[in-house]
Design a protein around this ligand. Sequence first.
Ligand code: SF4
Ligand code: SF4
Length: 249
Amino acid sequence: MRFSCNGCGKCCHDHHVPLTLAEARDWASDGGALIILLEAVLADGSGLPAGQREHVLRRSLAVRCGQTRAHLAITFAAFNQGACRHLGSDMRCAIYQRRPLVCRIYPMEINPHIPLRAENKDCPAQVWETGPELIVGGQLVDAQLAELIERSRQADREEIAAKAAICQRLGISTSALKGDGFTSYLPQREAFLDALNEVQAQSPEQSEADWALHVSNAALARQLEETGAMIAAILADNCSFIALRADAA
Ligand code: SF4
Ligand code: SF4
């Protein structure tokens, strides 16, 4: 597989760009809006995609959820509806030298279990036919790109406890079940920055708060309650549920 970006700018539209903590601080400080996305799997394996146990658990935090444990994954992302606020009319990035890690990695996948497929990407067909070789024999050949992907995975692992602590300070204690959807929150910028500063001023702490799951339908709620999980009947005012299943109620 070859690849050569043609600068069309499509990937800078309508994508919530996942951010590291430092990037989220910069984004909010610059006046950008953030979205927080939460998903969890349960200790009994509910929500866990087949074959992804190691990857999912490595980037998640074990928290209390009723009588059981949930493994919570949290994404802080730039809230991009339409064009990214940093995209110029010439389709150039105004913060190119300090653009987020994920912008540098696209169109590569960060999840090692998701193979790169051109048809799942925004890039036009011709960019996959020219340029240097990207993947040979299933292996990424660009060492610099491989290092960026590893850095992104490492940030996911190292920052999950701080993200959970920030969510607690923002009053967020509800997650979706992985595969069923995402719980999404749009935090106030100032409140987010205050919470981030408070958490970073303290030594890392293990989250001991109770978390509840919000799911798409009553049958799934009953099934999870039988495992001891706490189910949230309603979501807080400042959040919504992004369903991933066609049969979501
Ligand atoms: S920060 Fe730059 S590269 Fe990233 S989405 Fe925005 S315009 Fe595109
Ligand atoms: S969509 Fe693909 S080709 Fe277009 S700017 Fe983004 S990475 Fe480059």
